[in-house]
Design a protein around this ligand. Structure first.
Ligand SMILES: [Zn+2]
Length: 425
């Protein structure tokens, strides 16, 4: 591979690493992506143009408007921000001008709410590309995914004469909390593609190890819950108050007690609880962020149904009013056996790598699963690959991806796949 692509990917990844943005607020990131795609001469659509608004989950308009101001202050042009209509993400389309299949590649672009470590040995600190935004970090490698997507776009343009058909390059916002894919997929973006490929750095694969996923990922539903109680003087008239805090605590414990399910693994997490106004006021407000997961969609639904019932019960018991809002949703990975040999043929040829047996144990969730299901249900073929890195766990302050090695491997998977299915024979 030309060293230029390695340099280009590493440079892009490190720029993106400095400016991490959480889901639905990736305006600097979207500008970075769109600028580079346009420079390649590609047709680029941004923001709302790629989104089905009614399917958007977990997007906070206050965070969005703050983020747009921040992006403007950091040099993103006002007319670009206006053109996004408040939505992040970008899609590039590339037509070789020759008949052939349509192939879509997907990269996710958002960060995690983690504060990057101060450890001077951590590579981003050592080399000066650590997050400039305390509390935000590319601690899941989506900066790398984006850098690979951009380099693949460049490669496609440079290799136009050797390729046929069309390409769609998707840069998806808000993967964390499994929010963004749903609204993009619902826009019909991938309904006519013949091939679709997504991937992730890390997971259980070590640096140099690569694998095709043939199942796995937990189905998941994320909830934002707000509880309204009745305030009262805690000393004078506690009987007049209805505590949103106590209701939230009771609900949290009950949620942890949802029964296990013999049809598959489950997960449950109440990750955030804020409640109360002050020491001597019966708390009138509580807010929770929580999630459930299941090995199958039915098992996840079993968990989600309990959540609704628990809040309904708590409302009655504590005389409060809960509002349960779905803030994200994803599915298990739909298998597509026809694409695995094609991918493995490409992957087996990549020097310096070890092709692992197919993986189907992914215990995390990944909303690329929604794109993949949509593609398969519309008659296309879709796959998901892992390319390893050495790490101590995703979403940790010391997450690192060894970009100079891991990203070129991903680049070879995507460009090799493009040659395989869109190459002029
Ligand atoms: Zn991730």
């Amino acid at each position: 591979m030309a060293m230029d692509f390695v340099k280009e990917m590493v440079e892009a990844r490190r720029c993106l690493h400095k400016r991490p943005e959480e889901g639905w607020t990736e305006f600097e990131t979207t500008w970075f992506i769109a600028k580079r795609l346009k420079a390649l001469g590609l047709q680029v659509t941004i923001g709302k143009a790629n989104i089905c608004e009614s399917e958007v989950l977990g997007r906070d308009p206050v965070l969005v408007s703050d983020a747009m101001k921040r992006a403007a202050a950091h040099g993103v042009p006002e007319d670009f921000l206006k053109a996004t209509e408040g939505y992040t993400g970008a899609v590039a389309r590339f037509d070789t001008g020759k008949p052939g299949p349509t192939t879509a590649f997907r990269s996710d672009i958002d960060c995690v709410l983690v504060r990057e470590t101060d450890n001077p040995e951590h590579l981003p600190n050592k080399l000066g590309f650590a997050s400039e935004r305390p509390g935000f970090m590319h601690a899941c490698g989506h900066d790398g995914h984006t850098a690979v997507g951009l380099a693949v776009a460049h490669w496609l343009v440079m290799n136009k004469d050797r390729l046929c058909g069309r390409f769609i390059l998707i840069f998806q916002p808000a993967e964390e909390g499994v929010r963004g894919a749903r609204a993009m997929a619902a826009s019909g973006l991938v309904d006519h593609v013949d091939y679709f490929l997504g991937g992730h750095v890390g997971g259980d694969a070590k640096l140099g190890e690569i694998a095709v996923m043939d199942g796995g990922f937990l189905a998941s539903t994320k909830f934002d819950v707000s509880i309204e109680g009745t305030p009262a003087h805690a000393g004078n008239s506690p009987e007049l108050g209805h505590s949103a805090l106590m209701a939230a605590c009771a609900a949290s414990l009950m949620i942890q007690g949802i029964p296990r399910n013999s049809h598959g693994e489950t997960r449950v997490s109440v990750g955030k609880l804020e409640a109360g106004e002050g020491r001597n006021v019966i708390p009138a407000h509580a807010k929770l962020q929580m999630e459930v997961r299941g090995e199958t969609m039915a098992v996840n639904q079993f968990m989600a149904d309990y959540v609704y019932d628990i809040f309904a019960g708590v409302d009655k018991a504590y005389r409060v009013k809960s509002t349960v809002t779905k803030a994200g949703e994803s599915e298990t990975l739909m298998p597509c056996p026809e694409i695995y040999p094609v991918l493995e043929k490409v992957m087996a040829k990549i020097p310096g790598t070890k092709l692992l047996p197919r993986v189907h144990s992914g215990a995390g969730s990944e909303d690329c699963a929604l794109f993949i299901r949509r593609v398969i249900e519309h008659g296309g073929k879709a796959g998901f690959v892992l390319y390893g890195c050495n790490h101590h766990g995703h979403h940790r302050p010391d997450f690192e991806i060894q970009d100079e090695i891991s990203l070129p491997i991903a680049f070879r998977i995507f460009t090799g796949f493009a040659e395989e299915v869109n190459g002029l024979k």
